[in-house]
Write a protein that binds this ligand. Structure first.
Ligand SMILES: *[C@@H]1O[C@H](CO)[C@@H](O)[C@H](O)[C@H]1NC(C)=O
Ligand SMILES: *[C@@H]1O[C@H](CO)[C@@H](O)[C@H](O)[C@H]1NC(C)=O
Ligand SMILES: *[C@@H]1O[C@H](CO)[C@@H](O)[C@H](O)[C@H]1NC(C)=O
Ligand SMILES: *[C@@H]1O[C@H](CO)[C@@H](O)[C@H](O)[C@H]1NC(C)=O
Ligand SMILES: *[C@@H]1O[C@H](CO)[C@@H](O)[C@H](O)[C@H]1NC(C)=O
Length: 472
């Protein structure tokens, strides 16, 4: 029984191992709070207030045409609450509202204008951040408490005999009503936020043929200094989605309080990108003579290849050749302190093409190519520059007998440097998208290559309001 449980837990933890981690620090939370505070203040000033009606001592009243004329909103305090989520506190909020009133008491009707001010309004709510059953971030209002310090109302107009009694009782009456309505409004806003989160994608297209899958692997980790969100961070080919045949590795992303966000991208996540490209068939190319640069001393034909393989032009005189090049293993990215390397395992099948375009297999070569490189970071992309470190070539099979591969190996090295590497570097300069939402740009990002993962520490700039429905 116990081994069974261990097995179960074991598989769960290996499944739950994230490929990407993101930490938002208190500094990041302060920045978001500032943005949202300005937005809330603006919202309050332009809010349409509904008609409020009721009755006091038998007098029916209605308040209408109400407008918020002034909001005095001190900076709210928003803090991480360990193991729970966020505590949001407003204190000393003051709001002035102007509008019209009317009353009726039997056949007596009355009306006029009024001003109402709420002072020292305090609210405190605790929001729970979690992971919903679709593995997305969720938010829920756990507790809410609202207090109004005092209410000032002045009525203008009104001449009925009952109006003074009404005016005397009104502030206490309306204070109770407003106080009772604050938390339902807060809860509604949190529900709206939850709906936005629930509609967020966990799959993003990063390329026409690749998908980046980022569901939460576990509930967010909340400490007083920040929140960490752990994401699966696995790339899939859209047409041939397959689980990568290698497991994720545990990594610890350091939390840096001086930066708004810290982002960790594991070597595993980068390798799933390579694996997805492989399964999507992006690492395959058929090389023909027309693709060889005109400056090349060697053409892709049997006579030209005679320099490298003497028997070839004798067996197949004067024929064009074609090379089928494909990766036969997942390219392996490894990240070390301050550098990274990429190992490609490539197979080359050579064919001779006769005038009927029939293909005659000639031989197959296996190549192991190692590139080393440096990474740097743009606003929202990861970029790199690589160089050839090592290339080894071996003959895997041959239909034309064996031959020496030493010259072929140096020719392949030359071809990789002059043809393949510039293309690869151009691709790396275009960059690899960082998992950051549209509308968010990194300000002063710092990239560190750690053992097994990349760490990006940065401040952010957000174009508010965020368009949450968009892709990365
Ligand atoms: C290369 O040629 C082979 C044989 O004609 C074909 O099956 C394959 O799809 C081609 N690959 C690419 C990437 O064009
Ligand atoms: C093969 O390449 C040589 C140059 O190395 C060129 O002179 C010759 O015309 C080419 N033959 C064919 C069939 O393309
Ligand atoms: C193809 O070339 C061979 C000799 O290399 C020749 O005998 C044959 O007639 C040619 N066929 C065509 C269709 O050109
Ligand atoms: C980063 O963004 C700034 C301003 O948005 C822009 O001027 C700059 O060219 C961008 N840098 C890169 C590397 O994309
Ligand atoms: C290149 O790779 C071969 C085989 O993997 C190895 O024996 C050799 O030491 C490597 N050379 C360099 C310079 O890394």
């Amino acid at each position: 029984m116990r081994w069974f449980l261990l097995l179960l837990l074991g598989t769960q933890t290996s499944q739950a191992c994230p490929g990407v981690k993101m930490v938002v620090s208190s500094k990041g939370l302060d920045y978001v709070t500032d943005l949202v505070t300005g937005w809330v203040q603006e919202k309050l000033l332009t809010a349409d207030l509904p008609v409020v009606s009721g009755s006091i001592i038998g007098v029916s009243y209605a308040l209408y045409d109400m407008k918020v004329v002034k909001v005095d909103m001190p900076q709210p305090s928003v803090n991480f609450e360990e193991d729970t989520g966020l505590r949001v506190e407003f204190s000393g909020l003051a709001i002035a509202v102007a509008g019209s009133w009317r009353t009726s008491f039997g056949i007596f009707k009355d009306g006029g204008a009024f001003e109402l001010a709420l002072f020292n309004t305090d609210t405190s709510s605790l929001l729970q951040l979690g992971r919903d059953n679709q593995a997305r971030l969720s938010v829920e209002c756990l507790t809410c408490d609202a207090q109004i310090g005092s209410v000032d109302v002045s009525f203008h107009g009104g001449a009925s005999f009952f109006i003074q009694a009404f005016v005397d009782l009104f502030p206490g009456h309306i204070k109770g009503i407003i106080q009772g309505n604050i938390c339902p409004v807060v809860e509604d806003q949190v529900k709206n936020l939850e709906e936005i989160l629930a509609a967020m994608h966990v799959d993003y297209h990063v390329d026409p043929s690749l998908i980046f899958r980022v569901p939460l692997t576990n509930a967010p980790v909340v400490k007083t200094s920040g929140i960490e969100v752990d994401l699966k961070g696995v790339f899939y080919s859209e047409t041939h989605p397959k689980e990568p045949p290698f497991p994720p590795e545990v990594f610890q992303l350091p939390w840096k309080a001086d930066y708004m966000i810290s982002l960790g991208i594991s070597q595993y996540s980068l390798n799933t990108y390579a694996y997805a490209c492989l399964t999507a068939g992006l690492f395959q190319i058929n090389v023909t003579d027309s693709m060889i640069p005109p400056s090349s001393p060697i053409r892709l034909n049997t006579s030209s290849f005679g320099i490298l393989i003497p028997q070839l032009p004798k067996m197949f005189p004067n024929m064009l050749m074609e090379l089928q090049v494909f990766a036969d293993e997942t390219p392996a990215v490894s990240l070390h302190m301050d550098s990274f390397s990429l190992v490609l395992s490539v197979a080359v099948k050579a064919y001779a093409i006769d005038n009927t375009t029939a293909r005659r297999p000639l031989f197959r070569l296996n190549l192991k190519i190692q590139f080393n490189g440096k990474l740097n970071i743009g606003n929202v992309t990861l970029m790199g520059q690589m160089q050839l470190e090592n290339l080894t070539l071996s003959l895997a099979s041959s239909e034309i007998g064996t031959f020496q591969t030493k010259t072929l190996e140096s020719t392949a090295s030359w071809a990789v440097k002059t043809v393949f590497l510039p293309k690869l570097n151009a691709m790396l300069q275009k960059g690899f998208p960082l998992p950051v939402m549209k509308g968010v740009t990194l300000a002063g990002p710092v990239l560190q290559v750690k053992q097994g993962f990349l760490a990006v520490f940065s401040d952010v700039q957000i174009k508010y309001p965020l368009r949450t429905q968009e892709e990365f």
